[in-house]
Design a binder for this molecule. Structure first.
Ligand code: SF4
Length: 271
């Protein structure tokens, strides 16, 4: 019969105990955390359950139970918060029936004090649980603070010719929205005139619309659409179009072009 190969960490652990500890598996936390793959909480679980020592655990489930029980604020990924939870965990760790206590705390977190729907009515800690008394167990433990995203800004120039077609440009293959078709852009309102000149157009009318936001994983893009009408068919702009990265897009007879979602949404409004 085929046997399942032991995971690499077990082999490493076995070698370490055989070679470094003369085959003697440690029973206390300081020595257990020296073993490969054993952290502080796992060391506490082994020492308390297997060897009945007064040792403390604080795995993810127990962190949640204790954060709620003591209404401890803050995200446990922060060292100050986790250290506070360790102190609380150590305070409650009993001398007697340590294995039962450890198992019960892990089970409590896994079955009753669950992340999204704590079953407080059935919980043996309900009378003393601060989060239950406050009526907000799900606010604990605190969530990871969100990173404040950088904000970039741009103006999208929605240039419409006298035939209702809109000027689009294809982005270079690398970079933001690489290879996709977008409206011509400029960075500020002051650059509008200069950008019209570069594009070879003369704006007959111009309307600056309200700012909209598109969020990427690392930044927000605040873009402001500017609706511009020109009185010709874009022949002047056609000179630039010969570069191959511009097209007059007719929303009534649309070409199949790859576009980012905000551009598609703005085009829909032009129909
Ligand atoms: S009373 Fe509710 S919130 Fe408090 S420990 Fe028990 S299940 Fe968790």
């Amino acid at each position: 019969m085929a046997t399942t190969p032991a995971p690499a960490i077990c082999i490493k652990l076995h070698r370490h105990v055989s070679n470094e500890l003369n085959g003697q598996f440690p029973d206390n936390v300081p020595q257990l955390i020296e073993l490969p793959g054993i952290g502080r909480s796992t060391a506490g679980a082994i020492s308390s359950i297997a060897f009945k020592n007064q040792a403390t655990i604080l795995d993810g489930n127990v962190k949640r139970v204790l954060a709620r029980f003591s209404a401890t604020d803050g995200w446990p990924g922060k060292s100050a918060v986790v250290e506070k939870l360790w102190l609380i965990a150590e305070t409650y760790t009993p001398y007697k029936r340590i294995a039962d206590y450890t198992q019960a705390m892990m089970d409590l977190g896994a079955t009753l004090c669950t992340r999204s729907s704590p079953n407080c009515e059935q919980c043996p800690l309900v009378k003393d649980c601060k989060a239950y008394q406050q009526g907000n167990p799900q606010d604990y433990p605190g969530k990871k603070p969100k990173k404040k995203l950088q904000v970039k800004t741009t103006f999208f120039l929605i240039i419409k010719n006298n035939q209702g077609a809109l000027l689009l440009e294809q982005n270079p293959p690398a970079g933001l929205w690489g290879g996709l078709w977008v409206f011509p852009q400029c960075e500020s309102q002051d650059q509008l005139e200069e950008t019209y000149l570069k594009l070879g157009i003369q704006a007959e009318s111009q309307q600056i619309l309200a700012v909209k936001r598109h969020t990427f994983s690392h930044f927000h893009l605040d873009y402001q659409p500017v609706e511009i009408s020109i009185s010709h068919s874009g022949a002047t702009a056609g000179q630039v179009a010969e570069q191959g990265n511009q097209v007059w897009y007719n929303p009534q007879n649309p070409l199949s072009l790859g576009m980012p979602a905000p551009i598609k949404a703005l085009l829909l409004k032009q129909n």
